[in-house]
Design a protein around this ligand. Structure first.
Ligand SMILES: Cc1cc2nc3c(=O)[nH]c(=O)nc-3n(C[C@H](O)[C@H](O)[C@H](O)COP(=O)(O)O)c2cc1C
Length: 151
């Protein structure tokens, strides 16, 4: 097993938090998580700090007045993660972002992760809906393992 990637995310109503914890359990179950792997919900980070280890970001989408097609592209509520990534260039250690949302939002599904990828020049690794399902967990676990092997 190589060093784990940390996971830095934001979760406001708890869906992403549940997903991240299930993902971490799965990584542990298949012996792909080190004991010091950190799961950081920036919602609870009061003092920003400089990240020193590679990580992936996970971000749900909250848009102001989004109608699912052609209006409402403005991020609300989650921009604390954007500020954290910008802080002391923390984004430089981000290996990529996973977006989440609700498919009822059509074209605006998981949109904010794509906006972050463009701003910070890291890839969108994957997407999942709400709390995700077991297929999302398995697929994203494999993505993380593959990333670890290239680090
Ligand atoms: C006010 C509001 C706006 C939302 N806007 C979007 C959106 O534009 N696109 C999308 O895919 N999901 C949207 N969602 C769905 C959330 O991204 C989804 O419920 C997500 O799982 C919330 O994650 P959290 O529980 O970890 O905070 C919105 C939800 C709320 C409450």
């Amino acid at each position: 097993m190589t060093e784990s990637l940390d996971i830095i995310y934001i979760s406001l109503s708890g869906n992403t938090d549940i997903f991240v914890k299930r993902l971490a359990h799965h990584l542990t179950d298949i012996n792909q998580a080190s004991s010091d792997m950190q799961l950081v919900n920036v919602k609870f980070v009061d003092d920003f700090y400089t990240v020193t280890r590679p990580f992936i970001a996970i971000l749900p989408t909250y848009l102001k007045g989004g109608n699912g097609t052609d209006n409402g592209f403005e991020e609300i509520l989650t921009d604390k993660l954007r500020h954290f990534l910008a802080y002391h260039d923390n984004y430089r250690l981000c290996q990529g972002i996973i977006g989440s949302g609700n498919r009822n939002f059509n074209k605006q599904f998981a949109l904010t992760a794509k906006q972050y990828a463009e701003q910070f020049s890291f890839p969108v690794l994957d997407e999942f809906e709400l709390r995700g399902n077991k297929y999302d967990i398995e697929r994203i676990t494999n993505t993380i393992i593959n990333l670890k092997q290239t680090n």
